[in-house]
Write a protein that binds this ligand. Sequence first.
Ligand code: ATP
Ligand code: MG
Length: 242
Amino acid sequence: MSLLAMNNVTTAYGKAVVLQNVSLKAEEGEISALLGSNGSGKTTVIKTVLGLVRPKEGTIEFDGKQIQGMPPYQVNEIGISVAPEGRKIFPEMTVVENLRMGCFHEERKEVIQERMEEIFGLFPRLKERRNQLGGTLSGGEQGMLSLGRALMGMPRLMILDEPSLGLQPNLVERMFEMIQRINQEWGTTILLAEQNARKTLEIANSGYVVQKGRIIAQGTAAEIAENEVVKKAYLKADKIIR
Ligand SMILES: Nc1ncnc2c1ncn2[C@@H]1O[C@H](COP(=O)(O)OP(=O)(O)OP(=O)(O)O)[C@@H](O)[C@H]1O
Ligand SMILES: [Mg+2]
């Protein structure tokens, strides 16, 4: 059984249908990629899973239970967290306060402390800057904070919406290394939405390509990398690879 399964999901904003008949899965312990260019529908897939928009049709299963229509706080409670598009850290809050927001359901101080130490183990840089305001961190540090905040809830599924966007090339490299490390060392299942197809396919087990709200290709990472449409549209020129 897959940890997450979207089955024939159609999502619309008002009358504008944005996702059509989307089916995808995230297998437990794996990194699943969701590739697609600007405006293809990646964030909408994520918002639909998170309960931020309600699908018009179709079902979403998490750990075998249907979750479509569940409110976002509850989706978070059952073990799905997100590092959203644009990172969206809280600029006026410190690193520690930002991390605390990642597990707002948890009230036991010792549990919060323990988790924070684990995150600091993964990102020593955040520990050094623990009392610094989020808005004063560098882009790369904000990326770590966004990942760290998503991990604070000890999610079974972590969804990442374009974590490499806007980072300098050397930081992009490190971001993908961190994602792989989280998956391997923590065993966290990851759904990774990206435009950087080459880097993503290097660390993903399997993936999907979304175009104009439809899944146009799917398979193992190796299969997708060899897919002619994907090669042409996403792996050809350096301009797309970033
Ligand atoms: N709130 C909204 N209301 C109406 N249309 C929307 C809304 N949000 C997104 N869309 C449209 O839905 C389509 C898919 O957008 P979405 O943000 O899911 O794409 P994306 O793949 O995440 O793109 P990007 O890589 O630029 O983040 C786009 O055509 C977009 O204009
Ligand atoms: Mg997006």
